[in-house]
Design a protein around this ligand. Structure first.
Ligand code: BDR
Ligand code: CA
Length: 308
């Protein structure tokens, strides 16, 4: 697996889930702007890797600082804090990022491991769009792209119809969806059904006072839950990014429908919308859209891995 993250509170949980799941090998993590700057996301990623105690080295390649066109809108402080990880502090990372850029890393790894790598993207799709521009042949060499992004039959979380990751770079998303790569879209349609609450937080945060991992998970989730309380009126949160990792590991957690998804790149009210064509027969298909999730089984897996 290669993970691409804009770390981010739920990105941190996704990294920990991937690194702590048995039989999953994370070949590398690439970083991108989004919830926070790419600089901060890279630092957070290295710090979270340090917390995971992975039994192998996980290289990190820094990626895009902004979208293909236009400007980045700035950090999402009200959801992810000033530093992207709910203002929690972690020791300065011992590991350095690679000199290689994220897009080059992706191109190289996919070419070295044809048909073997699952890409899990849980931030804006900018690094992948750049990688595809450098080498379009990678589209037919990845096993699958599992992406967290988009909203089809449910409201968006940035505008009435647009989800945050696609909103951050609609042009990149358009290029990825038109690339021919096999895509599984894990959008708000399913992630908003994976809510955890206070009892989960208590279990995840339990541990000895010196155990940094439960302390960190407790800290970031407390910030996240408060943010959702202010914004949506419930003390808890959906597990957006961890669900994408879980779907890559076990696709039977979701039901999918084969559809043609297009990204709106011209609309004023709908810029970044993920529009799925459900007509039958479809003109063509380019994605497996997740429509249902076994959230009980997913949350159980998440809890078992992250509280161990
Ligand atoms: C997505 O946006 C970011 O805030 C989260 O990390 C997640 O990837 C949810 O819309
Ligand atoms: Ca994210």
């Amino acid at each position: 697996m290669i993970l691409d993250v804009d770390t981010g509170i739920d990105d941190s949980l996704a990294i920990l889930l991937a690194l702590k799941t048995e039989h999953v090998v994370v070949e590398g993590i690439t970083t991108v702007f989004g919830n926070t700057s790419v600089e901060q996301a890279t630092r957070n990623t290295l710090q979270v890797i340090g917390l995971a105690d992975a039994p192998y080295e996980v290289p990190v390649a820094k990626g895009a600082a902004g979208p293909l066109f236009g400007e980045w809108g700035g950090p999402v402080v009200h959801i992810h804090g000033d530093n992207g990880i709910g203002n929690c502090e972690l020791p300065w990372p011992e590991q350095e990022p690679l000199d290689e850029k994220a897009a080059d890393f992706i191109v190289r790894k996919v070419n070295e491991n044809p048909d073997a790598l699952t890409l899990v993207f849980v931030g804006p799709l900018t690094n992948l769009a750049i990688a595809l521009a450098k080498d379009p042949s990678i589209a037919s060499k990845v096993k699958r792209l599992v992406l967290m992004g988009g909203a089809v039959k449910v409201p968006g979380n940035v505008t009435p119809v647009v989800e945050a990751n696609i909103h951050s770079d609609p042009e990149a998303a358009h290029r990825v969806f038109e690339s021919g790569m096999p895509i599984t879209m894990v959008g708000l349609d399913v992630t908003m059904k994976t809510i955890i609450g206070k009892s989960h937080l208590d279990r995840l945060a339990a541990g000895t006072a010196s155990a940094r991992r439960p302390q960190f998970i407790g800290g970031i989730l407390s910030y996240y839950f408060e943010a959702y309380l202010k914004q949506d009126g419930f003390y808890g949160s959906p597990l957006h990014d961890p669900l994408a990792v879980a779907v890559a590991v076990d696709p039977s957690l979701v039901q999918t429908e084969e559809v043609y998804i297009r990204i709106e790149t011209k609309g004023e009210l709908s810029y970044g919308a993920t529009i799925a064509d459900f007509r039958r027969p479809p003109e063509r298909t380019n994605a497996s859209l997740c429509t249902e999730v076994d959230s009980e089984r997913f949350v159980e897996y998440f809890m078992n891995v992250l509280s161990s």
